[in-house]
Design a protein around this ligand. Structure first.
Ligand code: PBG
Length: 322
């Protein structure tokens, strides 16, 4: 059969027909909304590099979390900024740090909201690197020990899940063992398993004040041209105990999301990162594209590629539309 018996346009004739044959659906249940927290009181400061995003103090973040929950978004992902940085990033596991306080406040205000915490040192170290430096290099195993302390402090504060984003080898195993030893067997791990050394983190590094003071992250984050290495990273993290694995960024790596979906059975998260968010905002602000349409098209593409979970700064805006 061919034309005119087959006319592809029949199934696109009106909105109801198009909805009827839609293959991919977006739901608020797919979203995780990132939040930035810092020490202090009554703070809600706009982040210059990321329009529509704010840094909150622990006392003011609960209201934001309540709004997220009222939109039926199931989870937030917390990032912290320390009051003071040092060589080993010790404020990352300090009690009471901004993240630990924020977790407590959110859990008190909206206990049903899933609270996930980013576990990394880059915002906390004076070097801006994701680990401790020994002989000019990020020391893998020493960093893993510290990351486990960070994860434990988040679990003690009441986090439902921790999300290591550092890309050290073996850190999922270190964290899982530490959580088990301390009785936190129900706290999950969402690992940034295939995290690439990407140019698209620019706006975030400004927001989290976490840009490296020297060099780059290519010694630990993945090389963009590699896909098979991503499968190896994901397989290792699952073996070490990750409950959810993440591909990051999302848009330049839709093929990685697709491959991961076909190969692994655990939930796959994709991080629609700050640079992807701001490309759309900036182009829309310049009158070049329709923000809402570009946002939805982007989120659909990530879902269609195979992501179960989308971490996105668009979560609230999208939740209001779908
Ligand atoms: C920290 C971290 C980064 C992001 C999440 N966790 C930045 C980086 O690795 O430099 C980026 C998120 C975004 O761009 O939205 N390791």
């Amino acid at each position: 059969m061919d034309f005119p018996d087959i006319r592809m346009r029949r199934l696109r004739s009106n909105d109801a027909m198009r909805r009827l044959v839609r293959e991919t659906t977006l739901s608020v249940n797919d979203f995780v909304y990132p939040l930035f927290v810092r020490a202090g009181k009554g703070i809600k400061e706009p982040i210059k590099s990321m329009a529509g995003c704010f840094r909150f103090s622990a006392d003011s973040v609960a209201a934001e979390a309540a709004e997220v929950a009222s939109l039926r978004i199931p989870a937030v992902l917390l990032f912290g900024l320390p009051a003071k940085k040092d060589e080993i990033g010790s404020e990352a596991w300090a009690e009471p740090g901004a993240v630990q306080l924020a977790v407590r406040e959110i859990k008190r205000a909206v206990p049903e909201l899933v609270v996930i915490t980013d576990v990394c040192l880059c915002a906390y170290t004076s070097t801006g690197h994701c680990g401790v430096i020994k002989e000019g290099k990020v020391d893998n195993d020493a960093t893993c020990e510290l990351l486990a302390k960070v994860a434990l402090s988040h679990a003690q504060a009441g986090a439902d899940m921790v999300a290591p984003s550092d890309m050290m080898d073996g850190r999922v195993k270190y964290i899982r063992e530490c959580l088990e030893e301390n009785g936190f067997c129900d706290v999950g791990i969402m690992s940034y398993a295939a995290k690439y050394a990407s140019a698209f983190y620019g706006p975030f590094r400004d927001a989290a004040e976490s840009a490296p003071a020297f060099g780059d992250r290519k010694g630990y984050q993945m090389a963009p041209p590699n896909a098979r290495r991503a499968m190896a990273e994901i397989a290792l993290d699952i073996e070490e105990g990750a409950d959810i694995v993440m591909v990051k960024p999302a848009l330049p790596y839709l093929d990685i999301i697709r491959r991961a979906r076909e190969r692994f059975d655990c939930p796959i998260a994709a991080y629609n990162v700050s640079g992807e968010y701001m490309m759309i905002n900036t182009a829309a602000g310049a009158g070049l594209i329709d923000r809402q349409a570009a946002m939805l098209e982007t989120l659909y593409s990530i879902k269609r590629a195979g992501a179960d979970i989308i971490i996105t700064y668009f979560a609230k805006d999208a939740a209001k539309l779908i």
